[in-house]
Design a protein around this ligand. Structure first.
Ligand SMILES: *Cc1c(COP(=O)(O)O)cnc(C)c1O
Length: 425
């Protein structure tokens, strides 16, 4: 049997009397009829459950939602309501969060190459912390301070602990050969601490590290905590941020630690290392990935004898670039029969004009999958829509939040006019 594993669906997923998948009390069939496809369906209760789990594990304001995983005004408000802070890494992310009505005091400003304008905004809006990434950034803050831009910001220093997280090379960030942060190994970290402590333009309140994304090994987090705790101990700073990066299961057979288990690993590590600083984390993927699925319509099916079958859908690398970027795996199923045996193999591809436009390299579908069927890929809530594009002048899909039988459109589908909105030629 090759059924879709239930754990890849969100918390409120259920099968209706008619056999169709329901999320948040809404049938996928009805959602597709109302909003069209492709469509991102987010289970609002699932997101809240993960936020609450993170806050229970680390404390209110000690879990910072990494907004780059998925951001819109509704998501920013939800995370804030659930007592999380928000990690933003660009002026645009900060603008979105502020537009949602979330106060700057709940925002943490990241970025390895913040512009002067981004730093100016972060300072004058008075974000909670600026996570300083380089000596050049300290120079820029000095210049702003000399110009009278204030108040003096509370800052953390991003430290590169030299821990190699076992994940894809593009999303591993804690190793010495990294564009991020002050390297511990070559002395940059301690030089940055000395400079920040003696600088009138920043108020150093703590240290930060983030070893990478989609990390499954709890031991990698323990190792980073140990390196950071040892470095931080003699400094006596009040804040220690251990980053995000908790992995999630995308395909059958994968199993990731829960937010609660991650909390235990980090708490135990910090306790045994005698950490007295307040410890925070920055989960992104583990909050939203499994909360959403993407609904497509199955179009052309092409069988190449002795080679493979290609199943084409009405989206592709523009709504989910992760398979192309990282070779990431996903599952597929038909919402009309979510747990049907999937005996037919093929390659699930999009509608973009290149052969690299693959969503699933080895998709499994029920034998009776046919043109016109709705098809869904679960666990697309993180780094899908946020990394999406308008390649081929495709209009990006809408996002609907579902819960208690209601469907709330939070991002509408783009129109052809939206595509031309910035084209003034
Ligand atoms: C991306 C990122 C995160 C979140 O990573 P996830 O793998 O989504 O949990 C947290 N902190 C920083 C600094 C990041 O760049």
């Amino acid at each position: 049997m090759s059924q879709l594993p239930r754990i890849l669906l969100s918390d409120t997923a259920a099968v209706g009397d008619d056999g169709w998948l329901r999320i948040g009390g809404c049938s996928i069939r009805d959602l597709a009829a109302e909003f069209g496809t492709p469509l991102f369906v987010y289970d609002e209760q699932h997101i809240r459950n993960r936020c609450r789990e993170a806050v229970a594990a680390f404390g209110p304001q000690r879990a910072v939602y990494a907004s780059k995983a998925f951001l819109c005004k509704a998501m920013a408000r939800l995370a804030y309501e659930e007592e999380m802070r928000l990690d933003v890494a660009t002026g645009g992310e900060l603008h979105t969060v502020l537009a949602a009505g979330v106060p700057a005091s709940a925002c943490v400003m990241h970025g390895n190459n913040k512009s002067v304008a981004e730093l100016r905004t972060a300072i004058t809006e008075q974000v909670c912390h600026i996570v300083v990434d380089s000596f050049d950034e300290l120079d820029r803050i000095d210049v702003l301070n000399a110009e009278g831009v204030g108040p003096v910001p509370d800052v953390l220093l991003r430290i590169t602990p030299g821990v190699h997280a076992h994940t894809h090379e593009f999303i591993a960030t804690g190793q010495n050969d990294s564009k991020f942060g002050f390297n511990l190994a070559n002395g940059d970290a301690i030089r940055a601490v000395d400079r920040a402590r003696n600088s009138p333009s920043v108020n150093l309140v703590g240290l930060h590290c983030h070893i990478g994304s989609n990390v499954f090994a709890a031991s990698s987090f323990g190792k980073a905590a140990e390196v950071m705790a040892n470095f931080a101990a003699p400094l006596g700073l009040p804040e220690l941020v251990l980053g995000g990066g908790l992995g999630v299961a995308y395909v059958a057979g994968e199993e990731a630690p829960t937010l609660t288990q991650w909390g235990h690993v980090l708490r135990d590590a910090c306790q045994s290392l005698g950490v007295t600083a307040r410890v925070s984390v920055e989960p992104g993927r583990s909050i939203v990935a499994a909360a959403a699925l993407t609904v497509y319509t199955l179009g052309t099916i092409k069988h190449v004898p002795d080679v493979r079958t290609y199943f084409s859908v009405d989206g592709g690398m523009s709504d989910n670039p992760r398979p192309v970027l990282y070779g990431s795996g996903y599952e597929s199923f038909l919402p009309r029969a979510p747990f049907a045996d999937r005996t037919r193999h093929g390659r699930l591809v999009g509608k973009h004009c290149e052969s690299g436009d693959v969503l699933l390299f080895d998709a499994k579908l029920p034998a009776d999958a046919r043109v016109g069927d709705l098809l869904a890929t679960p666990v697309t809530g993180a780094y899908g829509r946020s990394m999406g594009s308008n390649y081929n002048a495709i209009t990006r899909p809408p996002v609907v939040f579902v819960g208690d039988g209601d469907a709330r459109l939070v991002i509408r589908r783009e129109t052809f006019d939206d595509l031309l909105a910035t084209d003034i030629g």
